[in-house]
Design a protein around this ligand. Structure first.
Ligand code: XMP
Length: 326
Protein backbone atom coordinates (compact mmCIF):
# COMPACT_ATOMS: atom_id res chain seq x y z
CA UNK A 1 0.00 0.00 0.00
CA UNK A 2 1.21 3.51 -0.81
CA UNK A 3 1.82 5.08 2.60
CA UNK A 4 1.41 8.50 1.03
CA UNK A 5 -2.16 7.82 -0.01
CA UNK A 6 -5.03 8.52 2.31
CA UNK A 7 -7.25 5.42 2.47
CA UNK A 8 -10.75 6.12 1.21
CA UNK A 9 -12.16 4.57 4.37
CA UNK A 10 -10.28 6.98 6.67
CA UNK A 11 -12.77 9.00 8.73
CA UNK A 12 -12.40 12.77 8.70
CA UNK A 13 -11.23 13.83 12.16
CA UNK A 14 -13.78 16.31 13.41
CA UNK A 15 -14.25 15.57 17.12
CA UNK A 16 -12.04 15.34 20.20
CA UNK A 17 -12.84 11.60 20.39
CA UNK A 18 -11.66 10.94 16.84
CA UNK A 19 -8.60 13.08 17.52
CA UNK A 20 -7.81 11.09 20.68
CA UNK A 21 -8.01 7.83 18.75
CA UNK A 22 -5.70 9.23 16.05
CA UNK A 23 -3.24 10.45 18.68
CA UNK A 24 -3.14 7.02 20.40
CA UNK A 25 -2.55 5.32 17.09
CA UNK A 26 0.25 7.72 16.08
CA UNK A 27 1.93 7.65 19.48
CA UNK A 28 2.20 3.86 19.14
CA UNK A 29 3.40 4.12 15.53
CA UNK A 30 6.05 6.72 16.35
CA UNK A 31 7.31 4.70 19.33
CA UNK A 32 7.58 1.64 17.11
CA UNK A 33 9.39 3.57 14.38
CA UNK A 34 11.81 5.51 16.57
CA UNK A 35 12.56 3.16 19.46
CA UNK A 36 15.08 4.84 21.73
CA UNK A 37 16.62 7.01 19.00
CA UNK A 38 16.55 10.78 18.72
CA UNK A 39 14.37 12.85 16.38
CA UNK A 40 15.03 16.37 15.14
CA UNK A 41 12.28 18.85 14.26
CA UNK A 42 12.37 22.37 12.84
CA UNK A 43 9.67 24.04 14.92
CA UNK A 44 8.48 27.24 13.25
CA UNK A 45 5.51 27.78 15.53
CA UNK A 46 3.12 27.27 12.62
CA UNK A 47 0.17 24.91 13.00
CA UNK A 48 1.68 21.84 11.36
CA UNK A 49 5.09 21.79 13.01
CA UNK A 50 3.55 22.68 16.39
CA UNK A 51 1.10 19.78 16.23
CA UNK A 52 3.85 17.38 15.19
CA UNK A 53 5.98 18.62 18.08
CA UNK A 54 3.19 18.14 20.63
CA UNK A 55 2.42 14.68 19.27
CA UNK A 56 6.06 13.60 19.38
CA UNK A 57 6.57 15.00 22.87
CA UNK A 58 3.67 12.81 23.94
CA UNK A 59 5.17 9.80 22.19
CA UNK A 60 8.89 10.12 22.91
CA UNK A 61 9.37 13.08 25.26
CA UNK A 62 12.96 14.28 25.41
CA UNK A 63 14.07 12.07 22.53
CA UNK A 64 12.59 14.82 20.38
CA UNK A 65 14.92 17.77 19.81
CA UNK A 66 13.07 20.85 18.54
CA UNK A 67 14.98 23.66 16.92
CA UNK A 68 13.26 27.02 16.63
CA UNK A 69 15.06 29.46 14.37
CA UNK A 70 13.96 33.07 14.82
CA UNK A 71 14.81 34.70 11.50
CA UNK A 72 13.85 38.10 12.84
CA UNK A 73 10.83 38.18 10.54
CA UNK A 74 8.34 36.65 12.94
CA UNK A 75 5.24 38.49 14.08
CA UNK A 76 5.22 40.11 17.49
CA UNK A 77 5.28 37.54 20.28
CA UNK A 78 5.56 34.46 18.06
CA UNK A 79 8.95 33.16 19.11
CA UNK A 80 8.08 33.95 22.71
CA UNK A 81 4.94 31.83 22.37
CA UNK A 82 6.93 28.91 20.96
CA UNK A 83 9.24 29.06 23.98
CA UNK A 84 6.39 29.47 26.45
CA UNK A 85 4.29 26.61 25.10
CA UNK A 86 6.99 24.10 24.24
CA UNK A 87 9.76 24.78 26.72
CA UNK A 88 7.83 26.04 29.71
CA UNK A 89 4.53 24.19 29.45
CA UNK A 90 5.38 20.98 27.59
CA UNK A 91 8.93 20.73 28.92
CA UNK A 92 10.29 20.06 25.44
CA UNK A 93 13.90 19.66 24.51
CA UNK A 94 13.94 22.98 22.63
CA UNK A 95 16.88 24.79 21.12
CA UNK A 96 16.12 28.44 20.43
CA UNK A 97 18.31 30.28 17.97
CA UNK A 98 17.98 34.00 17.55
CA UNK A 99 19.44 34.45 14.08
CA UNK A 100 17.89 37.89 13.52
CA UNK A 101 21.19 39.64 12.84
CA UNK A 102 22.34 37.03 10.36
CA UNK A 103 19.17 37.34 8.31
CA UNK A 104 18.82 41.10 8.48
CA UNK A 105 22.48 41.66 7.63
CA UNK A 106 22.15 39.45 4.56
CA UNK A 107 18.94 41.17 3.52
CA UNK A 108 20.29 44.70 3.88
CA UNK A 109 19.85 46.61 0.64
CA UNK A 110 18.12 43.72 -1.18
CA UNK A 111 14.85 44.89 -2.69
CA UNK A 112 13.87 42.21 -5.23
CA UNK A 113 11.14 40.04 -3.66
CA UNK A 114 12.29 36.72 -5.08
CA UNK A 115 15.86 37.44 -4.09
CA UNK A 116 14.67 38.20 -0.56
CA UNK A 117 12.78 34.87 -0.50
CA UNK A 118 15.86 32.99 -1.71
CA UNK A 119 18.09 34.57 0.91
CA UNK A 120 15.64 33.84 3.71
CA UNK A 121 15.05 30.23 2.60
CA UNK A 122 18.74 29.56 2.01
CA UNK A 123 19.88 31.05 5.29
CA UNK A 124 17.22 29.14 7.19
CA UNK A 125 18.57 25.86 5.85
CA UNK A 126 22.11 26.94 6.73
CA UNK A 127 21.27 27.85 10.31
CA UNK A 128 19.27 24.68 10.81
CA UNK A 129 21.99 22.57 9.23
CA UNK A 130 24.68 24.11 11.43
CA UNK A 131 22.62 23.39 14.50
CA UNK A 132 21.83 19.83 13.41
CA UNK A 133 25.51 19.07 12.86
CA UNK A 134 26.29 20.09 16.46
CA UNK A 135 23.88 17.47 17.76
CA UNK A 136 24.87 13.89 18.27
CA UNK A 137 22.92 10.72 17.76
CA UNK A 138 20.06 12.08 15.67
CA UNK A 139 18.55 9.36 13.49
CA UNK A 140 15.25 10.83 12.40
CA UNK A 141 13.90 14.07 11.02
CA UNK A 142 10.28 14.95 11.84
CA UNK A 143 8.30 17.09 9.46
CA UNK A 144 4.90 18.74 9.53
CA UNK A 145 3.97 17.50 6.09
CA UNK A 146 0.19 17.46 5.66
CA UNK A 147 -1.96 15.81 2.98
CA UNK A 148 -2.35 18.89 0.76
CA UNK A 149 1.47 19.09 0.62
CA UNK A 150 1.52 15.56 -0.80
CA UNK A 151 -1.34 16.28 -3.21
CA UNK A 152 0.33 19.48 -4.39
CA UNK A 153 3.85 18.14 -4.44
CA UNK A 154 4.68 19.80 -7.73
CA UNK A 155 7.44 21.65 -5.95
CA UNK A 156 5.47 24.85 -5.51
CA UNK A 157 5.24 24.69 -1.76
CA UNK A 158 8.71 23.26 -1.33
CA UNK A 159 10.04 26.28 -3.17
CA UNK A 160 7.90 28.60 -1.23
CA UNK A 161 8.51 27.33 2.21
CA UNK A 162 11.30 28.45 4.42
CA UNK A 163 11.05 25.11 6.20
CA UNK A 164 12.44 23.23 3.20
CA UNK A 165 15.43 21.24 4.35
CA UNK A 166 18.57 20.14 2.57
CA UNK A 167 18.14 17.07 0.45
CA UNK A 168 21.42 15.59 1.56
CA UNK A 169 20.32 15.30 5.17
CA UNK A 170 20.59 11.60 5.81
CA UNK A 171 17.71 11.09 8.16
CA UNK A 172 14.71 8.84 8.05
CA UNK A 173 11.50 10.90 8.09
CA UNK A 174 8.83 10.94 10.77
CA UNK A 175 5.65 12.50 9.38
CA UNK A 176 2.76 11.66 11.70
CA UNK A 177 0.18 14.06 10.21
CA UNK A 178 0.95 13.52 6.54
CA UNK A 179 -2.47 12.03 5.77
CA UNK A 180 -4.42 14.80 7.49
CA UNK A 181 -6.10 17.87 6.08
CA UNK A 182 -5.52 21.20 7.77
CA UNK A 183 -8.83 21.24 9.66
CA UNK A 184 -8.01 17.81 11.09
CA UNK A 185 -4.54 18.94 12.15
CA UNK A 186 -6.22 21.74 14.10
CA UNK A 187 -8.62 19.34 15.84
CA UNK A 188 -5.70 17.08 16.76
CA UNK A 189 -3.70 20.09 18.01
CA UNK A 190 -6.54 21.12 20.31
CA UNK A 191 -6.87 17.57 21.63
CA UNK A 192 -3.14 17.67 22.41
CA UNK A 193 -3.75 20.77 24.53
CA UNK A 194 -2.15 23.37 22.28
CA UNK A 195 -3.59 26.88 22.71
CA UNK A 196 -6.26 28.04 20.24
CA UNK A 197 -4.03 30.98 19.30
CA UNK A 198 -1.55 28.46 17.96
CA UNK A 199 -3.79 25.92 16.25
CA UNK A 200 -6.28 28.39 14.75
CA UNK A 201 -3.61 30.65 13.32
CA UNK A 202 -4.13 32.21 9.94
CA UNK A 203 -1.69 31.19 7.21
CA UNK A 204 1.64 32.98 7.50
CA UNK A 205 4.23 32.88 4.72
CA UNK A 206 7.56 31.21 5.39
CA UNK A 207 9.55 34.40 4.68
CA UNK A 208 7.32 36.05 7.25
CA UNK A 209 7.32 39.80 7.59
CA UNK A 210 10.16 39.81 5.06
CA UNK A 211 7.66 39.97 2.19
CA UNK A 212 5.52 42.58 3.97
CA UNK A 213 8.33 45.03 4.71
CA UNK A 214 8.32 45.96 1.03
CA UNK A 215 11.53 46.58 -0.85
CA UNK A 216 14.82 46.64 1.02
CA UNK A 217 14.18 45.76 4.69
CA UNK A 218 15.37 48.14 7.37
CA UNK A 219 15.15 47.44 11.07
CA UNK A 220 13.14 50.55 11.88
CA UNK A 221 10.54 49.91 9.20
CA UNK A 222 10.38 46.21 10.11
CA UNK A 223 9.72 47.18 13.73
CA UNK A 224 6.99 49.59 12.69
CA UNK A 225 5.41 46.84 10.58
CA UNK A 226 5.56 44.35 13.46
CA UNK A 227 3.94 46.77 15.91
CA UNK A 228 1.22 47.83 13.46
CA UNK A 229 0.49 44.19 12.63
CA UNK A 230 0.15 43.37 16.33
CA UNK A 231 -2.42 46.16 16.74
CA UNK A 232 -4.37 44.93 13.71
CA UNK A 233 -4.41 41.39 15.08
CA UNK A 234 -5.47 42.53 18.53
CA UNK A 235 -8.35 44.60 17.15
CA UNK A 236 -9.48 41.80 14.82
CA UNK A 237 -9.40 39.38 17.77
CA UNK A 238 -11.47 41.75 19.89
CA UNK A 239 -14.02 42.19 17.11
CA UNK A 240 -14.22 38.43 16.47
CA UNK A 241 -12.94 38.91 12.92
CA UNK A 242 -10.11 36.43 13.56
CA UNK A 243 -12.81 33.75 13.28
CA UNK A 244 -14.21 34.88 9.95
CA UNK A 245 -11.37 36.48 7.99
CA UNK A 246 -8.98 34.04 6.32
CA UNK A 247 -5.86 36.20 6.30
CA UNK A 248 -5.18 39.73 7.49
CA UNK A 249 -1.98 41.66 7.86
CA UNK A 250 -0.14 44.91 7.33
CA UNK A 251 2.34 45.73 4.59
CA UNK A 252 4.62 48.75 4.85
CA UNK A 253 6.07 50.14 1.61
CA UNK A 254 9.43 51.80 1.33
CA UNK A 255 8.10 55.33 0.87
CA UNK A 256 7.28 58.24 3.10
CA UNK A 257 4.66 60.94 2.95
CA UNK A 258 4.39 64.14 4.89
CA UNK A 259 2.13 64.51 7.89
CA UNK A 260 1.77 66.53 11.09
CA UNK A 261 2.22 65.35 14.66
CA UNK A 262 2.23 67.56 17.73
CA UNK A 263 2.11 70.61 15.43
CA UNK A 264 5.27 69.54 13.69
CA UNK A 265 5.98 68.11 10.27
CA UNK A 266 6.06 64.31 10.63
CA UNK A 267 7.20 62.19 7.74
CA UNK A 268 6.25 58.58 7.94
CA UNK A 269 5.43 55.37 6.13
CA UNK A 270 1.90 54.27 5.32
CA UNK A 271 0.60 51.04 6.89
CA UNK A 272 -1.52 49.14 4.38
CA UNK A 273 -4.18 46.81 5.78
CA UNK A 274 -5.00 43.67 3.79
CA UNK A 275 -7.90 41.46 4.94
CA UNK A 276 -9.03 38.76 2.53
CA UNK A 277 -11.26 35.75 2.31
CA UNK A 278 -10.59 32.75 0.14
CA UNK A 279 -10.86 28.99 0.13
CA UNK A 280 -7.75 28.10 -1.83
CA UNK A 281 -5.67 31.33 -1.98
CA UNK A 282 -5.95 31.21 -5.78
CA UNK A 283 -8.54 33.97 -5.75
CA UNK A 284 -9.62 36.16 -2.86
CA UNK A 285 -12.32 38.66 -1.97
CA UNK A 286 -12.12 41.63 0.35
CA UNK A 287 -13.63 41.50 3.80
CA UNK A 288 -16.10 44.30 4.59
CA UNK A 289 -14.61 45.74 7.75
CA UNK A 290 -16.90 48.08 9.72
CA UNK A 291 -15.76 51.68 9.27
CA UNK A 292 -15.75 52.28 13.01
CA UNK A 293 -13.20 49.52 13.43
CA UNK A 294 -11.05 50.85 10.59
CA UNK A 295 -11.07 54.28 12.27
CA UNK A 296 -10.08 52.72 15.59
CA UNK A 297 -7.23 50.75 14.05
CA UNK A 298 -6.06 53.85 12.18
CA UNK A 299 -6.10 55.93 15.35
CA UNK A 300 -4.19 53.31 17.32
CA UNK A 301 -1.54 52.62 14.70
CA UNK A 302 -0.83 56.28 14.01
CA UNK A 303 -0.71 57.09 17.72
CA UNK A 304 1.24 54.05 18.91
CA UNK A 305 3.62 53.12 16.12
CA UNK A 306 6.74 55.17 15.62
CA UNK A 307 7.25 56.03 11.96
CA UNK A 308 3.73 55.41 10.63
CA UNK A 309 1.66 58.46 9.69
CA UNK A 310 -1.09 57.03 7.49
CA UNK A 311 -3.23 53.89 7.37
CA UNK A 312 -4.73 52.60 4.12
CA UNK A 313 -7.19 49.80 3.42
CA UNK A 314 -6.47 47.72 0.33
CA UNK A 315 -9.75 46.99 -1.50
CA UNK A 316 -8.18 45.01 -4.33
CA UNK A 317 -9.42 41.44 -4.87
CA UNK A 318 -7.25 38.61 -6.23
CA UNK A 319 -7.00 38.67 -9.15
CA UNK A 320 -5.83 41.36 -9.88
CA UNK A 321 -3.86 41.88 -6.69
CA UNK A 322 -2.08 38.92 -5.14
CA UNK A 323 -2.72 38.47 -1.43
CA UNK A 324 0.80 39.49 -0.43
CA UNK A 325 2.23 42.68 -1.84
CA UNK A 326 5.42 41.07 -3.03
P1 XMP B 1 -0.29 35.37 -3.02
O1 XMP B 1 0.44 36.59 -2.56
O2 XMP B 1 0.48 34.56 -4.03
O3 XMP B 1 -0.43 34.46 -1.74
O4 XMP B 1 -1.68 35.68 -3.49
C1 XMP B 1 -1.20 33.28 -1.68
C2 XMP B 1 -0.95 32.65 -0.31
O5 XMP B 1 0.39 32.19 -0.25
C3 XMP B 1 1.08 32.84 0.82
N1 XMP B 1 2.44 33.13 0.39
C4 XMP B 1 3.52 32.45 0.78
N2 XMP B 1 3.64 31.40 1.64
N3 XMP B 1 5.97 31.45 1.33
C5 XMP B 1 4.87 30.91 1.90
O6 XMP B 1 5.01 29.96 2.68
C6 XMP B 1 5.94 32.51 0.45
O7 XMP B 1 6.94 32.96 -0.06
C7 XMP B 1 4.63 33.03 0.17
N4 XMP B 1 4.19 34.03 -0.63
C8 XMP B 1 2.84 34.08 -0.48
C9 XMP B 1 0.28 34.09 1.13
O8 XMP B 1 0.49 34.53 2.46
C10 XMP B 1 -1.12 33.63 0.85
O9 XMP B 1 -1.65 32.92 1.95
Amino acid sequence: MDSNKRPETMTRITTPELAAAFIDEQVAAVKAQVGDKKVLLALSGGVDSSVVAALLIKAIGKQLVCVHVNHGLMRKGESEQVIEVFKNQLDANLIYIDATDRFLDLLAGVDAPEKKRKIIGGEFIKVFDEEASKLEGISFLAQGTIYPDILESDGVKAHHNVGGLPEDMQFELVEPVKLLFKDEVRVVGKALGLPASMVDRQPFPGPGLGVRCLGAITRDRLNALREADAILREEFDNAGLNKTVWQYFIAVPDMKSVGVKNDKRYEGWPAIIRAVNTTDAMSATIEEIPYALLHKITARITAEVEGINRVLYDLTPKPIGTIEWE
